[in-house]
Design a protein around this ligand. Structure first.
Ligand SMILES: Cc1cc2nc3c(=O)[nH]c(=O)nc-3n(C[C@H](O)[C@H](O)[C@H](O)COP(=O)(O)OP(=O)(O)OC[C@H]3O[C@@H](n4cnc5c(N)ncnc54)[C@H](O)[C@@H]3O)c2cc1C
Length: 223
C-alpha cells in the first residue's frame, strides 16, 4: 500500500512502471530541488510559475510579495499543482524517437492557507532559508517587523502526489542496435563552484563551511 493512493488525478499513465507513490521516493526529490513550478487557474487562465519552496513534513512552504498572484492563489484554499524536476542525464538513443532524458520528477496536489501569525511566519521562513542553505538562518539577519509584514507566507498540505523516475541507457528498437550511430547517456550533475565574495564584504570575513562545502541533502522532516 503506497503512502498516496494512485487515483485518476495522480496515476502516471505513460510507462506506469516509472511511477511512484511513496513519500520515501517523492519527498527526497522535493527536498533536493531548489525550485518548483506552481500551477493554478486564475480568472479562467492557467499559469505555471517558478518559485522557491521548502518541505516540512507533509506541508510545502512558499513565500512572496503580498501582491503576488501566485501567493494569493496558494493561500486561497483552491487546489494547486506543484511540480519538481531534477535532471540526471541526456539519453541519446540511435533514433531520435527513443532519445529521452534521465530524471526524477514529482507532481504534488494540495491546498494552502496563509500564515498570519508572526511566530508561525518566522518559523516557516526559517525552514525555507534552511532548505536553500542549511546553517544560513543562524547566520543571516532575520526579517524585521516591516519585512515580515510585507512578506506573504503560505503552507500547502500535500494531499496527493506522484514521482516519475527514468534511469539507465536508451531503449532502442531491436533492429537499430546494429546501426553505426553512437548511443548512450550524457550524465548531468549540478555543480556548486567556489563562493565569490560580495564586493562590499567587511574585512576579515570568510565564507562559512556550510557554503564552502555546500551540498543538497535531505531536509524537511520536521512538522
Ligand atoms: C525532464 C523531463 C522531460 C520530459 N519530456 C517529455 C516529453 O518530451 N514528452 C512527453 O510526452 N513527456 C515528457 N516527460 C514525461 C511527462 O512528464 C509525462 O510523464 C508524460 O507526458 C506522460 O504523462 P501521462 O500522460 O502518463 O500522464 P498525465 O495524464 O499527464 O498525468 C497524470 C498524472 O500522472 C502523474 N505524472 C505524470 N507525469 C509525471 C512526472 N513526470 N512526474 C511525476 N508525476 C507525473 C501526475 O500526478 C499527473 O497528474 C518528461 C518528463 C521530465 C521530468
Amino acid at each position: 500500500m503506497s503512502d498516496f493512493a494512485a487515483t485518476t488525478r495522480n496515476r502516471v499513465r505513460r510507462i506506469p512502471a516509472r511511477g511512484h507513490y511513496d513519500k520515501a521516493v517523492i519527498y527526497p526529490i522535493i527536498d533536493e530541488a531548489l525550485i518548483c513550478h506552481v500551477g493554478f487557474v486564475a480568472d479562467g487562465l492557467p499559469y505555471v510559475i517558478p518559485t522557491i519552496h521548502a518541505r516540512s513534513g507533509d506541508k510545502l512552504i512558499f513565500h512572496g510579495a503580498k501582491a503576488s498572484r501566485m501567493m494569493k492563489q496558494i493561500a486561497s484554499g483552491k487546489t494547486i499543482c506543484v511540480t519538481f524536476t531534477l535532471l540526471d542525464g541526456l539519453v541519446l538513443a540511435r533514433s531520435t524517437f527513443h532519445s529521452s532524458m534521465n530524471y526524477r520528477s514529482a507532481v504534488v496536489f494540495g491546498r494552502g492557507r496563509p500564515l498570519t501569525d508572526d511566530a508561525e511566519k518566522m518559523a516557516a521562513l526559517e525552514i525555507l532559508t534552511e532548505h536553500l542553505a542549511h546553517g544560513r538562518w543562524a547566520d543571516a539577519r532575520p526579517p524585521n517587523a516591516k519585512e515580515l509584514n510585507s512578506t506573504a507566507v503560505a503552507k500547502l498540505t500535500i494531499e496527493s502526489a506522484s514521482a516519475k523516475i527514468r534511469t539507465g541507457p536508451p531503449g532502442d528498437d531491436e533492429e537499430d542496435y546494429a546501426l553505426p550511430i553512437w548511443a548512450g547517456v550524457l550524465s548531468i550533475q549540478q555543480q556548486y563552484l567556489p563562493p565569490i565574495d560580495d564586493p562590499g564584504l567587511a574585512d576579515g570575513l570568510a565564507a562559512p563551511d556550510y557554503i564552502v562545502n555546500y551540498s543538497r541533502n535531505g531536509k524537511g522532516d520536521a512538522d
